[in-house]
Design a binder for this molecule. Structure first.
Ligand SMILES: *Cc1c(COP(=O)(O)O)cnc(C)c1O
Length: 404
């Protein structure tokens, strides 16, 4: 039998593009995880907004097991029942008429950007290729998506970057007025910036983008990779904001932990992806599609979505209580169960120092940049786990304060 892997094996065998924590979780159930030593953790990180139903939710386990005994993979030379059922479910529940399936958020955004360019090319020729996005935006790690993203560090050193991409300021419509013109094919935006600091987009800003896109015959792309599939308390965030995009991308919670992504669009735009223009070996994989269908059907119910709103209020109350005692936060914000706590001036950029202390106290959390503590727990996290997780978070915060 081979030896049990340890954290040292990461440094020995893995490319050093990550710096994982020292603990290695080996088992999860609901909102709890256990590491190799049997220590238990409450999970407010949710695999970075992926584990929408926590760990090993029986509905997802059943969907995966059932499909695992039927057919795993066919390629897109054939279609398959789970992929068709997933596409139909997404169309029936959203603005979309057509779906492209893939395996990640970056891949969904890559498809969205290529579709927008191709659509505009067919409309008006190659000059209509300009893409507007935003500072601090995050759209994935493919070369096109790091270029469209608004964090230069992710594209640095990989140049030359693709041309025709410009960045405005998030929640500043005037900055977009200066950038958009008839050569623009698309505006790509997160309805709430996730990695960029858990910053909700203002409704007037997003509606303004819609109007500017209409005025210049450009497509509005909502990147809902992080905000989608119940995270904000509606299936997709656009549904409560009341601004309808032309293209929407989804991944992360879509598979609840199984790699899957989707690009949704309308009958006006979809035909630009004619036979052979784009593809993906794993796109529409039956295992991924079966799990995603189960996740969407389970999450898109009033019980689960109203529960997200209720839990949002609980998270806020707990964080405000912690802040009342320790005064480390400037602002608590977010939508649904994507919650951010920005550090106060005196604690600037110290959010990242809370994480290792929280792990010692038995809590997993996230940051969004060094200055924002981020939480993206299971959408069905029990209230008792929220209370216990917050008690552990408070102990971590108290230790940060005491050590300074
Ligand atoms: C995580 C994320 C992505 C990238 O998704 P991957 O699955 O890592 O490729 C894209 N956009 C947003 C908003 C994200 O949060």
């Amino acid at each position: 039998m081979s030896q049990t892997p340890t954290r040292a094996d990461f440094d020995r065998y893995m490319v050093p593009n990550y710096a994982p924590q020292q603990v290695i979780p080996v088992r999860g159930e609901g909102s709890r995880l256990w590491d190799q030593q049997g220590r238990e953790y409450i999970d407010f990180a949710g695999g970075i907004a992926v584990n929408g139903l926590g760990h090993c939710h029986p509905v997802l386990v059943d969907a995966l097991k059932e499909q695992a005994e039927r057919v795993w993979h066919l390629s897109n030379v054939y279609t398959n029942e789970p992929a068709l059922a997933l596409a139909r479910a997404l169309v029936e529940r959203t603005f979309a008429d057509k779906v492209f399936l893939c395996s990640s958020g970056g891949e969904a955004n890559e498809a969205a950007l290529k579709l927008a360019r191709r659509w505009a090319f067919d409309q008006d020729g190659e000059h209509k290729h300009r893409i507007v996005s935003f500072g601090q935006a995050f759209h994935g790690r493919t070369f096109f998506t790091v270029s469209v993203g608004g964090q230069p560090k992710y594209a640095q050193g990989f140049g030359p970057v693709p041309g025709g991409i410009v960045h405005g300021e998030y929640n500043n419509l005037d900055s977009v007025r200066d950038l958009i013109n008839d050569d623009t094919c698309a505006v790509m935006v997160e309805p709430m910036q996730g990695e960029g600091g858990v910053l909700p987009g203002q409704r007037e800003f997003l509606q303004g983008l819609r109007d500017l896109c209409d005025a210049h015959d450009a497509l509005l792309i909502f990147d809902e990779v992080q905000t989608g599939v119940g995270r904000t308390g509606s299936l997709y965030a656009y549904q409560q904001l009341g601004v309808i995009p032309d293209i929407l991308t989804s991944a992360k919670a879509l598979g609840g932990g199984f790699p899957v992504g989707a690009m949704l669009t309308t009958d006006r735009v979809a035909p630009a992806f004619t036979m052979g223009t784009h593809g993906s070996t794993y796109g529409g994989n039956p295992l991924a599609s079966a799990v995603a269908l189960a996740a969407v059907e389970y999450i898109d119910t009033p019980e689960v979505l109203e529960g997200v709103q209720r839990r949002h209020d609980l998270f806020r109350e707990h964080l405000e209580a912690i802040n009342a005692r320790h005064g480390v936060f400037k602002e608590i914000r977010g939508m649904g169960l994507l919650v951010g706590a920005e550090m106060s001036e005196a604690w600037r950029d110290r959010a990242k120092d809370i994480l290792p202390l929280a792990i010692e106290e038995g809590l997993m959390a996230l940051i969004a940049g060094p200055n924002v503590l981020r939480m993206a727990p299971s959408l069905v996290i029990p209230e008792a786990d929220i209370a216990e997780g917050m008690a552990r978070l408070e102990r971590a915060v108290a230790r940060l304060v005491a050590a300074s």
